[in-house]
Design a binder for this molecule. Structure first.
Ligand code: NAD
Ligand code: TDX
Length: 331
């Protein structure tokens, strides 16, 4: 199989590439990545000899056309992915997430190539803290931020291209990922690297917001399950029943790094901050037989802390610029 991975130098995409190279030596992997601030060639280092990296933009129709024509399957991870950035400057989110996905769709339509589109649970909006409900594939779309609204738009484009043009695509909407190679702007790596830097974790608001955490390896094993066994035109929700509020996560990071559990700062809240996400992954588990392998969040988080401790050379170049951006926002 010839596989084109967009966004393969980012967090989830690079982990997907490593998992693929490790477990499926018969797959020929090409990565298309613009290497924005969020993409890093160094994230692909462990698989360097086994993949081809093309630096380019998913909205570049000519480039995309040639790469898609030479592929059997496209897995589309590339996106602008950070909510806080989308509040400061929404335009790159419209350009990459909407126009970029449109460009990929037109290429797979022309060449009859199978597409798997990677999306997020944030397209469903948020849930109340005390609501037992979870998101299901039937939950109406109700995105809150420029980031999530452009991801919702990209999902709807994929659905329309399936129905109108017979494009062979599947979609997955996953909950919050954690693990190696995640940019230090994101919640868990930001707090881990703050502590490793003798700084303090920064909790937005009161820290009550709930996220449904999944290890990135489990997300990617689900993506492979859907590529191999998913029904064309279907949407699968990926989650591992990992609900935690942000305060509990910060306290656990502090405990695992030997710090007092109250050694964090409360900072100003994110505007429009979604309260709670929770995924019901019954369809993926029952229809396709997928199960997550990472059982305990505590063990996964401890391993992630060890990874950041051992890989300072990877995250250090991004840290100061990231914190300078947060300082401007008062967060
Ligand atoms: P990331 O920001 O770490 O990586 C995104 C990658 O896309 C980077 O390598 C970047 O260089 C590349 N990219 C950005 N714009 C591009 C363009 N115009 N052309 C080519 N490449 C471009 O993001 P991530 O956290 O790895 O997320 C990957 C995908 O998974 C996204 O589609 C995101 O919406 C989705 N997702 C993420 C999470 C999460 O918790 N991180 C959860 C659910 C879904
Ligand atoms: O310093 C922080 N302090 C804090 O309390 C940061 C950076 C975040 N937070 C809070 C905001 C959220 O409630 O932590 C939670 C997680 O924040 P992010 O890591 O920014 O993730 P989130 O906004 O939940 O979105 C993530 O999950 C869904 C990814 O960034 C998206 O790409 C994915 O679609």
């Amino acid at each position: 199989m010839r596989l084109l991975v967009t966004g393969g130098a980012g967090f989830i995409g690079s982990n997907f590439v490593h998992q693929t190279v490790r477990e499926r030596p018969d797959v020929e992997v090409t990565v298309l990545d613009a290497l924005t601030y969020a993409g890093d060639e160094a994230s692909l280092a462990p698989s360097a000899g086994s993949v081809t990296l093309v630096r380019g933009d998913i909205a570049d129709a000519d480039l995309v056309d040639g790469l898609v024509a030479a592929a059997d399957v496209v897995v589309h991870f590339a996106a602008e992915s950070h909510n806080d950035n989308s509040l400061s400057d929404p335009w790159p989110f419209v350009q990459t997430n909407v126009v970029g996905t449109y460009t990929i769709l037109e290429a797979v339509r022309r060449h009859g190539v199978r597409l798997h589109h990677i999306s997020t649970d944030e397209v469903y909006g948020d849930l109340e803290l005390d609501d037992p409900a979870k998101f299901t594939p039937e939950t109406p779309y109700n995105p809150s931020s420029p980031y999530s609204s452009t991801k919702a738009a990209s999902d709807l484009l994929v659905r329309a291209w399936v129905r109108s043009f017979g494009v062979e695509a599947t979609i997955s909407n996953c909950s919050n990922n954690y693990g190696p190679y995640q940019h230090v702007e994101k919640f868990i790596p930001r707090q881990i690297t703050n502590v490793l830097d003798a700084g303090r974790p920064k909790l937005y608001g009161t820290g009550e917001n709930v996220r449904d955490w999944i290890h990135v390896e489990d997300h990617n094993s689900a993506v492979w399950t859907i590529i191999e066994r998913g029904r064309i035109g279907e949407t699968y929700l990926i989650g591992a029943d990992g609900e935690q509020n942000n305060k509990d996560v910060v306290e656990l990071i502090l405990e695992l790094t030997g710090q007092p559990r109250d050694a964090y700062d409360l900072v100003s809240d994110r505007p429009g901050h979604d309260l709670r996400y929770a995924i019901d992954s019954t369809k993926l588990r029952e229809e396709l037989g997928w199960t997550p392998r990472y059982e305990g969040f505590r063990d996964g988080l401890a391993a992630t802390i060890d990874w950041y401790r051992a890989n300072e050379a990877w995250w250090r170049p991004q840290k100061d610029a990231t914190e300078a951006k947060y300082a401007q926002l008062g967060r």
